[in-house]
Design a protein around this ligand. Structure first.
Ligand code: ADP
Ligand code: MG
Ligand code: ZN
Length: 597
């Protein structure tokens, strides 16, 4: 193309040279006076200039030639006739400038646009790659993650090891007529390592890894997402054996609904394309499609049918041993002091997912660095946990009255948790205000992960929850808003005892609860009520109230029995702001050895 451009430029120069006016250039006025004095032999007129020859014989033709630029002069022809000048009209020979005039911009546009397309299209260029040019899909050829980077999800890992084998030796399985699974869906709460696991499978099997997020498929323009799905599978086909990983599958695979607004056109088209591609795919080639989601219940059922994501692997939050193992992985790059016991850290972080633990290790390292310590100590881990649990320490100072209320409130929780047998021991009480909402907290350290709770456990738990509010009543004769969260949790537990666990004598061992809980997020879906009568609803409410009131009564009795202790713990708490479990037990039971605990 540049040659073509050069050629045209050359032509322009040649033309300019050829048509270069010869002879002198005169002002128009001089031309007119020459004309008046009969000095002109002949002229050639075009729409821009007048060229001509002067009369006379001296000099050659060249020296007699002249030219002048035309000026608006309607009488010119008349005058030329008067003076008997031979005149010729001329069509300006302008094909070349004209041609250049529109070819040059055209060339420029084509040149520029192809340049940009090539840049966006990653080398494949051409106007036709429009659909694939945006957010190009690349395969990661050498994934560095392996199963040793993942911990605490042993069952999922075990299932995925099988997939790794499929990818490494597909023949071994297909020889006997077996069908390699096409799709594997990783299901679990956020931050449990689903993305990490998918990458680890690719890393272990040493196959290319195509990774895309479901939301990336959903474009503003109808059809682009579908085109991208087609493109993805085409590329995967070329690179087999490989893994195609679609993260956040729910963004793309939500159940298709008949919406009166019809606004999900694009997503549905994309989903249909994905289903079609998965069906049309020959899994013997060794392409395995992996998906991840934390909301499996919203997925279109069509996605889960055999031949699609027919294997589902649960990636759950880690238990205490899993948490320790994950902490070990993330503490690998952190200089820890020898006294740091990750077992204790793991025990204190019940409910943390892998991502939270990774965050915790990092936070602890940063805290230690800020204090210029040579290594990360246990205290840094403790502080990092506190931060992650309840947000950053707030700078606002509380009034003494507020502090007193909170101190009594937390002491109430802590004392009941300690004097009632069979409860998790209190690890720490604090009235240091953190983040929003949590004004103080009492932290119980579970001795073991629980899978079952007995009715007694739940009743005890209720007494502990109500202990805060009750302590305020007893010690200060006033109640505050600080117990709102406790009351809510207590009511939830009591309601679940009645409607889900069948633990109420008067209601019997019946589950009235028909709403679907989201298994992974523990959020009840929607406000649907179970299918029971109005009367039953009233009965349930009465029963819930009875259970909560009984727990309240129990808390009142317990705290009244330990009235002195309550004062002592609260005062100590106001003084120190934080009391650990050991000290609390000493205050309650007296110093070690003085009394059997
Ligand atoms: P998900 O995709 O389930 O939301 P990710 O795989 O994105 O979670 O996890 C985010 C980060 O958290 C990972 O990169 C890793 O550092 C850490 N992580 C999460 N789960 C684990 C685990 N089971 N073992 C080790 N690290 C984990
Ligand atoms: Mg993820
Ligand atoms: Zn409370």
């Amino acid at each position: 193309m540049w040659y073509l451009l050069g050629f045209f430029l050359l032509l322009a120069v040649v033309q300019a040279y050829l048509f270069m006016p010869t002879g002198r250039t005169l002002p128009y006025s001089e031309f007119k006076s020459l004309l008046a004095r009969d000095k002109l032999a002949e002229v050639t007129v075009n729409d821009q200039a007048i060229r001509g020859q002067l009369k006379g014989s001296e000099g050659d033709e060249k020296s007699r030639a002249f030219m002048t630029t035309r000026v608006e002069d309607p009488k010119l022809v008349e005058e030329l006739e008067q003076h008997n000048v031979k005149y010729t009209g001329e069509v300006a020979s302008r094909w070349l400038p004209d041609l250049l005039g529109w070819i040059l911009p055209l060339l420029l546009i084509v040149g520029l646009s192809s340049f940009f397309f090539r840049r966006m299209g990653g080398g494949e260029g051409g106007v036709m790659s429009f659909a694939r040019s945006r957010g190009k899909i690349y395969a990661e050829d050498d994934v560095k993650v392996s199963f040793s980077d993942v911990a605490g999800v042993d069952e999922a890992e075990e299932e995925l090891k099988e997939i790794v084998e499929f990818l490494q030796t597909p023949k071994k399985y297909t020889q006997l007529g077996g069908r390699i699974p096409k799709g594997v869906l990783l299901v679990g709460p956020p931050g449990t390592g689903k993305t990490l696991l998918a990458r680890a499978v690719a890393g272990e099997a040493h196959v290319p890894f195509f990774s895309l997020s479901g939301s990336e498929f959903v474009e503003m323009f109808v059809g682009v997402g579908a085109a991208r799905v087609r493109d993805l599978f085409q590329q995967a086909d070329a690179k087999a054996p490989c893994i195609v990983f679609i993260d956040e599958l729910d963004a793309l695979g939500k159940a298709r609904v008949q919406s009166p607004l019809g606004s999900h056109e694009e997503r549905e088209q994309t989903l249909n394309q994905l289903l079609a591609e998965m069906d049309g795919f020959d899994s013997r080639k060794g392409v395995i499609i992996m998906g991840a989601t934390n909301r499996p219940e919203v997925l279109d059922p069509a996605l889960l049918r055999p031949g699609r994501f027919d294997r589902q692997v649960l990636v759950d939050k880690p238990d205490v041993r899993g948490r320790e193992a994950i902490l070990k992985i993330h503490a690998r790059g952190v200089k820890t002091a020898p006294e740091v016991d990750l077992k204790v850290v793991a025990a204190r972080t019940a409910g943390f997912a892998g991502a939270d633990l990774a965050n915790l290790a990092n936070e602890a390292a940063l805290l230690a660095a800020r204090k210029n310590k040579p290594s990360v100590e246990m205290r840094d881990f403790e502080e990092a946990i506190d931060r992650l649990i309840a947000g950053l320490e707030k700078k606002r100072v509380m009034s003494d009255r507020e502090r007193e209320i909170i101190a009594y409130h937390e002491s109430g929780h802590a004392i009941i948790a300690t004097v009632v047998p069979g409860l998790d021991p209190v690890h720490k009480i604090s009235i240091v205000q953190r983040g929003f909402g949590a004004l103080g907290y009492t932290m119980q350290l579970p001795l073991e992960d629980r899978y079952l709770m007995t009715r007694t456990d739940l009743h005890n738990q209720l007494a502990v929850l109500l202990g805060g509010r009750t302590a305020e009543e007893i010690a200060l004769g006033e109640i505050s808003t600080g117990a709102q969260n406790d009351l809510q949790r207590a009511s939830d537990i009591a309601r679940a005892m009645v409607t889900e666990f069948g633990m109420s004598e008067s209601m019997g061992a019946v589950s009235f609860d028909s709403h679907t809980r989201n298994r992974f997020l523990e959020i009840p879906l929607g406000g649907e009520r179970g299918n029971y009568a109005e009367d039953t609803a009233r009965e349930i409410d009465t029963e819930v109230r009875r259970i909560v009131n009984a727990a309240h009564e129990r808390a009142r009795t317990l705290l009244a029995d330990h009235r002195d202790t309550l004062d002592r713990v609260a005062r100590r708490l106001l003084e120190k702001e934080v009391i650990d479990g050991e000290e609390l037990r000493e205050i309650i039971h007296g110093p070690k050895g003085a009394q059997p605990a």
